[in-house]
Design a protein around this ligand. Structure first.
Ligand SMILES: [Zn+2]
Length: 414
């Protein structure tokens, strides 16, 4: 039923009719809706998970749109969980502050502010920070900690309320959420409305080209609607009276872009980085179909390789667990058809996830202490973007004969 019900007919950036997907990961459950143990036997929502490239603006996007209310009312991803992110957002807030035209009493609004980590960094950097977060549990927690957060979607009414209470914004930020919002055209219209004429919009997202080159197909899940390259974003911002004026490359999620956008004719001049990345995307074939078809084929090979590796482990009577239960773990596990028969458990340091199950596969999620108490012969590191942090933390297990597997770009024992 969901096949037709949620099928997206037109491009989210340019309204061009969409063609056929270049990669189909099958019908999958929602990666961030982790069932509780007691709900093990309740049916889960499933929807096709496939990606298509727009032939006009080249935006890579999902073929289906799952209603936001099914995904974001209770959200278990908390950005403050890792030291890596705390350091990252402190630097991010300083970067925003440095670029502000108006230095005194400046207002920075963060859309999809999660547990308020970046908003608190705006405060620390001397700006007035306001967060907008639709997930009730996260907004409530942020407000409890004194981080001003509006618990609502970022819509025209929210913008009016912010302007009434605080005036126009000098900076508006949207990090991974920019790729997570289905109706992104209205978001950009609203951001434009909220911004002062000399203000800027800054977004950070996992970069399409990194995903293609490093095989990070596990970034594909229903909440992650768009896979953004500079070509598509440049087209999109232009359409809404905005322009990209600078881009920096950052390490988050294995390779992300931080893009600065202003109203057309704004105060900042365009840096050479913008033209360079546009040219690079052209040279790498991102405007053509072949690159995407190759990627799709390599993903199918990955499934065979990881499946073969796990089959061998099991044949030898060895055990396997997983480390990290981010959304991308759900994509790999469900795409490869892994179950508690193959993976005994997955550990995760986020207490909100412990005691729950990986969607679809129903693999139990447990605290990391469990791995020490009941080590398996192999540990598959799903949170590969924190692989260094994780491996150094669990390296004493090596003395007990435990081996670690990093799944991407291709599965290997490290
Ligand atoms: Zn398009």
């Amino acid at each position: 039923m969901t096949q037709n019900l949620y099928r997206r007919k037109t491009c989210r950036y340019c309204d061009e009719p969409l063609g056929e997907p270049f990669l189909d990961l099958g019908s999958q459950p929602l990666a961030n809706n982790l069932p509780r143990k007691e709900d093990r036997d309740k049916p889960e929502f499933h929807c096709p998970l496939a990606v298509v490239k727009c032939s006009k603006c080249h935006l890579v996007q999902l073929t289906h749109s799952v209603p936001a209310s099914l995904m974001f009312d209770e959200y278990l991803y908390v950005s403050s969980t890792t030291q890596t992110f705390r350091t990252h957002f402190a630097g991010y807030a300083e970067d925003v502050k440095r670029r502000l035209v108006k230095k005194e009493r400046s207002l920075a609004v963060d859309i999809g502010s999660n547990d308020g980590l970046l908003v608190s960094c705006y405060h620390k950097a001397g700006m007035n920070g306001v967060g907008v977060e639709p997930a009730k549990n996260l907004a409530a927690e942020a407000n409890r900690q004194g981080i001003k957060t509006l618990n609502r979607y970022f819509d025209a009414e929210t913008v009016r309320e912010i302007i009434k209470d605080h005036g126009k914004a000098d900076a508006v930020s949207a990090n991974n959420v920019f790729a997570h919002i289905d109706d992104i055209q209205s978001v950009v219209r609203n951001v434009r409305e909220l911004l002062a004429d000399d203000g800027f919009f800054v977004i950070e997202f996992a970069y399409l080209v990194t995903m293609l080159e490093k095989m990070f197909f596990d970034m594909i899940y229903h909440e992650h609607v768009c896979y953004i390259g500079v070509t598509a974003l440049n087209f999109f911002t232009d359409r809404f009276g905005m322009e990209i004026f600078d881009i920096t490359e950052v390490g988050t999620h294995g390779g992300s872009l931080r893009v600065f956008i202003q109203k057309k004719g704004g105060p900042c001049s365009r840096t050479p980085n913008v033209a360079r990345l546009l040219q690079e995307e052209k040279e790498k074939g991102c405007l053509q179909e072949r690159v995407y078809r190759d990627f799709g084929n390599r993903v199918m090979d990955f499934k065979k390789n990881l499946g073969g590796m796990i089959q061998n482990i099991k044949k030898q009577g060895k055990t396997l667990s997983g480390y990290g239960a981010p959304a991308k773990a759900s994509t790999i596990v469900n795409f490869c058809g892994l179950t508690p028969k193959e993976i005994d458990y997955i550990v995760d340091d986020n207490p909100l996830k412990q005691g729950r199950l990986v969607p679809g596969s129903k693999i139990p999620i447990v605290p990391s202490a469990h791995l020490n108490a009941h080590p398996t012969d192999y540990v598959l590191i799903f949170a590969w973007n924190f692989a260094t942090e994780i491996i150094s933390k669990i390296s004493p297990l090596r003395n007990r004969g435990v081996q670690f597997i990093v799944p991407l770009p291709e599965p290997k024992t490290v």
